[in-house]
Design a protein. Structure first.
Length: 134
């Protein structure tokens, strides 16, 4: 009986941690279908935080590119977008979550992580643009 309680409590604690990670800082995620509807709207900006090489291989139309390692140093570029929704993505979610956290700590309140990131966007067959620079 005692071990059952320990196992159940452990599972609940682990599950709570997994849900927190999936939901990310502030619990803000956005599905690709939701973002697709908001692309081009004045109240939403898309932020690609992948490497330069990854960005050049294809990105979500209209996405602003700032590698996740440069977000803190380039917050001034995002300042004009403070009152807009910012949707962040990378290749697998880790860098996007770090950028999302940096933005939230800098006072940006409406920051979302794109569920599935770039691979999910492409799997859904949604539009991808190619960078015009080599």
């Amino acid at each position: 009986m005692g071990w059952t309680v320990v196992v159940v409590l452990g599972a609940l604690l682990f599950g709570a941690g997994a849900v927190r990670y999936r939901m990310g800082p502030g619990g803000r995620d956005m599905l690709a279908a939701q973002l697709q509807k908001r692309l081009g709207q004045a109240d939403c900006i898309v932020l690609d935080v992948r490497s330069d090489r990854e960005y050049r291989s294809g990105y979500i139309p209209g996405a602003l590119h700032i590698p996740h390692t440069r977000i803190g140093a380039r917050l001034d570029e995002l300042e004009p977008h403070r009152d807009r929704s910012i949707v962040v993505y990378c290749a697998h979610g880790v860098r996007a979550r770090m950028a999302q956290n940096t933005l939230r700590k800098a006072g940006f309140e409406d920051v979302y992580h794109l569920v599935g990131d770039m691979p999910g966007w492409q799997r859904d067959g949604l539009a991808v643009e190619l960078a015009s620079v080599p």
